[in-house]
Design a protein around this ligand. Structure first.
Ligand SMILES: Cc1cc2ncn([C@H]3O[C@H](COP(=O)(O)O)[C@@H](O)[C@H]3O)c2cc1C
Ligand SMILES: O=C(O)c1cccnc1
Length: 393
């Protein structure tokens, strides 16, 4: 790990602390934070700190025993075995499956984009909403090919008129420019968290076996990098990447803008999660963090996408460590800070294809591997069924 980064692996919370957290009227995300006068009220809904159930250890054990009986040397299917066992434990099922997998894409705009931190102009976000609706975006093609229902939710783009087939659930159009003022008011942060939960509730009709969240928002690698730098107490230069295609000078400028903003908002030494979100957050990133917690509380495994969704996952886990068990990690993005964020989450993604798109494209690309892992687990013959001799010694 690069120097100067105070990353910590996440462990489960002690029972006493968890009880105190549940009985507290205050949000976990605010605890211990220095608050500016307008941030004095609790901004994170209390449900975000309610425990998620643990995976079923009985089903994990049964799945491990089945894997040992299938006609292959023990462990020879490597991580495909581990994925199938994990999903069996999460689904509390003897036959793990990832057939019903809704994809929810959250879109938002970023005031910080006015500082030239993206290689593309802000209007691309809304233009891409039309592209999602028309079926021409990467995730549109992937979701179609995989048979995944795709919902697009505008939680804060600059769009002033409805876009066909895009749900609108936003507290404002775009965040404020966090290089000059706080990106969001506390109530706007809370609204975005609730928008994430509402999106999860809408997916219940699909009876999901797994769920994928994605994002679209020009400038959102800057907001995500600022959040990650504040949470991990890293120098922004350790996290900042090219996003849509900045060169070295652009990356250095982006890192300097984030460093100045973190100092300006008092986020350089252990601020609370809620304060970080109000200062430098993005509405789609916050909505995804809320959606992750809400999905885990419903016992839905979440297949995490790239850098931005992983930052949302880190937020979710910092707010509620019990949701960590419900996260599977799809891919390692080419965006610079992703490895640090994955490491902080103790995560090892399935694939590494130099993707740097977002839109849930990495998670969708990894889904066939998960489906095949389940098919192998469920469909292979055992040594006894196939009359194949087991291991000699
Ligand atoms: C046409 C286009 C489609 C995209 N789809 C996802 N992103 C990705 O790029 C953006 C983040 O990068 P940055 O922070 O550099 O703006 C997000 O919208 C992300 O989803 C796209 C970007 C573009 C240009
Ligand atoms: O990995 C990601 O999420 C990513 C990387 C670059 C641009 N947009 C998204």
């Amino acid at each position: 790990m690069p120097t100067g980064c105070r990353s910590r692996r996440l462990t489960s919370r002690p029972d006493a602390a968890r009880r105190q957290r549940l009985s507290s009227a205050w949000c976990d995300g605010n605890r211990g934070a220095r608050r500016s006068p307008h941030e004095r009220s609790c901004v994170l809904p209390e449900w975000t700190s309610l425990d998620c159930a643990p995976p079923s250890e009985t089903h994990r054990q049964a799945a491990l025993e089945r894997q040992a009986q299938l006609t292959k040397p023990l462990g020879a299917l490597g991580r495909l075995e581990q994925v199938a066992v994990e999903i069996a434990a999460l689904q509390a099922s003897e036959r793990p499956s990832a057939d019903r997998v809704p994809v929810v894409l959250f879109a938002g705009d970023h005031g910080i984009a006015a500082q030239g931190v993206s290689a593309y102009p802000p209007e691309v976000t809304v233009q891409m909403l039309h592209n999602f609706a028309a079926g021409g975006a990467a995730i549109s093609v992937l979701a179609r090919g995989l048979g995944c229902p795709l919902e697009v939710v505008d939680v804060g783009t600059l769009a002033s008129a409805p876009v066909p087939d895009v749900l609108v659930d936003k507290p404002r159009r775009g965040t404020r420019d966090f290089s000059v003022e706080a990106a969001l008011a506390p109530a706007e942060v809370a609204f975005a968290v609730e928008a994430g939960r509402r999106a999860v509730a809408r997916q219940a009709d699909h009876a999901p076996q797994l769920v994928i969240f994605g994002e679209m928002g020009i400038g959102n690698t800057t907001s995500a990098a600022a959040i990650a730098a504040a949470l991990l107490r890293c120098a922004p230069a350790e996290i900042v990447g090219s996003g849509t295609g900045l060169d070295a000078d652009g990356r250095a400028r982006k890192a300097a803008i984030i460093a100045a903003a973190l100092a300006r908002h008092g986020l350089t030494s252990g601020a609370g999660v809620a304060d970080i979100l109000a200062a430098v957050g993005g509405l789609e990133i916050i909505a995804i963090a809320g959606a992750i917690i809400a999905a885990a509380q419903r016992r839905w495994p979440v297949l995490v996408d790239g850098f931005i969704v992983s930052v949302a996952a880190l937020l979710a886990v910092r707010l509620n460590s019990s949701c960590r068990s419900w996260l599977l990690f799809s891919h390692r993005s080419a965006e610079r800070g992703h490895s640090l964020v994955l490491e902080a989450l103790g995560a090892r993604p399935l694939i590494d294809l130099d993707l740097r798109l977002g839109e849930a494209s990495g998670a969708a690309t990894a889904l066939p591997i998960i489906r095949l892992a389940c098919a192998l687990h469920n469909g292979m013959a055992t040594f006894a069924e196939a009359a194949v001799s087991g291991r000699g010694s």
